[in-house]
Design a protein around this ligand. Structure first.
Ligand SMILES: [Zn+2]
Ligand SMILES: [Zn+2]
Length: 497
């Protein structure tokens, strides 16, 4: 029996708790939001879809941690950004000057990507939530119950907190940093602080600072009514932030903690572990220019959250084969990955990569070749081919290994063939017939090689040399069919004369 998809398993669990769900996701827009971050979004979205499929109600909340401080000057930032370290991302200028602030500069392309990937999110900016007073109540609770909170954190983490610790980071009105001031006291109206810059001041409950990370996380579950949340495995470790969050939720904020979905990292081969602080990342926005959204979804949704994903963009074709196969079999992971308005024809992506190169990416020529190789071309096929051909081209240019790239040689020097190869090519041309199917053409290579007395590998090589001027190329049967029997015959006769 087929295994139930992980998203369906989680959805069933969630439905036992209730019919309506709010799934939270959160990413700090401190730099380009990269493919690794997509796991959080797609894990959440797969569960959202599964819940809806089962008759539940579900929505995705995306909290952008715009009120977090800039932790350091990242390699992609100019030197003068040194002075913004410690300031909230929402209060720092856009390094490229095109958006209202730093956070929005990195958020906008990411939110665009979510739209293309058909992940519907309700976006909450943390700085706005604080400034509008959505956190006011939980900040009061957190300050008043500081001792209990400190005790929970100490018990769970085994770490000792300082005597004067408070779960609140005041935003210093003098130096603008949100990680440098200490709370010295509070009353109904104000939170008093002393900053490392020397300033002493008072902060408002509305935007005058933020809760420390572990407390903030549990607090937002309460504010937003979160019932489920995927998060990176680091938060799930024993003594990690989910463990404290669980207790803070129950003991301080009086709520049930959300259903946790810890997930493993994604490794893009050749790109290193995906972490935005290291500088070498592929921004999501760039990635989805190269791969179709349903394939990007599938890369993540096909794998259980707890399993590590190693993905090599150069080996995309195997994955797409699997996707197309799943499409025919109505595989659940494929279903959860599909995006609306997209209808697949039965032209494999693998073919488009080859045909596109033969046709130099001209759509009409591509369709002509496909017709010649037995595909029926109607409006639907045309639309599909046009859409996926673009991706095939982008993928080939950006990620494909060289062995997949080729160019038809304008002409080939006959002197590169030995006697046997020439004999093979001319016999092969003789026997090649217009009505042959790719498989028959493939078998013909073996037959003719045997007849001439050479190894089949040498026969294939002769074919590629005659067409491409090199020893290897795409699968010969399809390739010859795509190039056109007439053209191939003529080419083989030419090089033998
Ligand atoms: Zn910008
Ligand atoms: Zn200060």
């Amino acid at each position: 029996m087929e295994e139930v998809h992980w998203a369906d398993v989680i959805a069933e669990d969630l439905l036992k708790r209730g019919r309506k769900h709010r799934i939270a996701t959160g990413i700090t827009p401190s730099g380009h939001i990269h493919v690794g971050n997509l796991r959080e979004m797609l894990t959440a979205d797969a569960v959202r879809r599964a819940l809806i499929d089962k008759g539940g109600e579900a929505e995705l909340i995306y909290i952008a941690d715009t009120f977090d401080p800039l932790r350091k000057r990242y390699p992609f930032l100019p030197e003068e950004y040194e002075r913004y370290v410690g300031m909230p991302l929402s209060e720092i200028p856009d390094p490229e000057g095109c958006h209202d602030n730093y956070a929005e500069h990195f958020l906008e392309p990411f939110l665009e990507s979510l739209e293309i990937l058909e992940i519907p999110v309700i976006v909450k900016m943390a700085d706005e939530m604080y400034k509008k007073g959505e956190y006011e109540e939980v900040i009061r609770i957190s300050l008043q119950r500081r001792d209990e909170i400190a005790k929970i954190i100490e018990e769970v983490t085994g770490r000792k907190l300082e005597e004067d610790w408070f779960p609140f980071m005041p935003l210093c009105e003098e130096c603008g940093r949100i990680n440098s001031a200490k709370v010295t006291g509070f009353d109904d109206k104000w939170i008093y602080y002393r900053c490392q810059c020397g300033h002493e001041g008072k902060a408002s409950y509305r935007g005058g600072g933020k809760l420390t990370w572990r407390v903030d996380w549990a607090a937002r579950w309460k504010i937003l009514g979160i019932t489920c949340e995927p998060f990176g495995k680091d938060h799930a470790a024993a003594g990690g932030s989910y463990d404290t969050g669980k207790r803070l939720a129950k003991e301080i904020f009086g709520i049930d903690p959300p259903y946790p979905i810890p997930y493993e990292w994604i490794n893009l081969k050749g790109v290193g572990a995906m972490s935005s602080s290291k500088g070498i990342v592929i921004p999501v926005r760039e990635f989805i220019e190269v791969l179709p959204p349903e394939i990007v979804r599938y890369i993540i949704i096909r794998v259980k959250p707890k399993k590590h994903i190693d993905f090599d963009p150069a080996n995309l074709l195997e994955l797409v084969d699997e996707f197309e196969e799943g499409l025919r079999k109505k595989d659940r992971a494929v279903e959860l990955s599909m995006v609306g308005n997209v209808e697949y024809s039965d032209v494999p992506f693998r073919h488009l990569v080859v045909v596109g190169q033969i046709a130099k990416w001209d759509l009409e020529k591509v369709l002509e070749i496909l017709k010649r190789t037995g595909y029926e071309i109607d409006e639907r096929v045309r639309r599909d081919v046009e859409r996926r051909l673009k991706y095939a081209k982008n993928w080939l240019e950006k990620f494909a290994p060289d062995k997949i790239k080729f160019e038809i040689a304008e002409s080939v020097n006959p002197s590169i063939f030995d006697e046997k190869e020439r004999e093979f090519l001319s016999k092969f041309a003789e026997k090649l017939r217009e009505d042959m199917k790719p498989e028959e053409i493939h078998n013909l290579v073996y037959d003719v090689a045997k007849e001439v007395g050479i190894k089949p590998a040498k026969g294939f090589q002769a074919i590629y040399k005659a067409i491409l001027g090199k020893n290897y190329g795409p699968r010969a049967g399809y390739f010859i069919k795509m190039l056109g029997i007439d053209w191939v015959k003529k080419r083989f006769i030419d090089v033998c004369s």
